[in-house]
Each structure stands twice: as C-alpha cells, then as structure tokens.
Design a protein around this ligand. Structure first.
Ligand code: ZN
Length: 114
C-alpha cells in the first residue's frame, strides 16, 4: 500500500467519525437531548450550552472541510505539494497532520506573519 493510499484510508476513516459525531449532535438537539429549553433565549443556561454545541460542531465541520480538501488533493495528485512553496511536504508532517497543505517551513512562516 502506498503512502498516498494509507493517508487516504486515514482521512476517509476520520471523515466517517466526524460525520457520525455531527449527526449525533443533531440527534441530541432533535430528540431534546441535553435540554431543548436550554436552546431558548430565556433560559439561564442557554448561552453556555448552545455556544459549546456550536463550537464543537463548527470545529468538526472545519476539520471535515480540511479532510475533503485533502482527499481532493489526493485525487488530483498534488496531495504532497506545499501550497506555499510547491515543495514536497515531508511524510513525517503528513503523518502527524494528514490535512496539512503546507510544508513545515511555510507553516512556520505563516505563524510568524500572523
Ligand atoms: Zn512550503
């Protein structure tokens, strides 16, 4: 199995977990899970609970988007190409972060400019 295939399997597996987690959150809300009243504005707990919910769902959705992006890059054959400098992203970096689109040097440069 090539590295590319390995990464693809990992990404697909991660995507499956995320999709399931997002679905579970929605089910919780629909089934009245933690408490539907708490999602209403007049409830004292509304801000804290709904914010937490939004945050985790948004975080998952963002990661899902990153995964979709990485899968597209795998299909396009430019998965290992850094979007910053065009060099190959190291395998060590991709194993740690399969959704990485930049090499370590470019990531560090980005961080410094932020
Ligand atoms: Zn780079």
């Amino acid at each position: 199995m090539s590295v590319r295939d390995q990464m693809q399997v990992r990404l697909l597996e991660r995507r499956r977990i995320l999709l399931r987690a997002i679905k579970d959150i929605k089910n919780d809300v629909l089934l009245g899970g933690p408490s539907v009243e708490c999602l209403l504005e007049e409830c004292d707990h509304s801000s804290s609970s709904s914010e937490t919910l939004d945050l985790s769902e948004n975080t998952r959705k963002r990661e899902l988007k990153d995964i979709e992006h990485a899968l597209t890059r795998i299909n396009d054959g430019n998965y290992r190409q850094c979007t910053g400098c065009g060099q190959c992203i190291s395998l060590i970096r991709l194993r740690l972060l399969p959704t990485a689109v930049t090499c370590f040097a470019c990531r560090e440069a980005q961080k410094r400019s932020m």
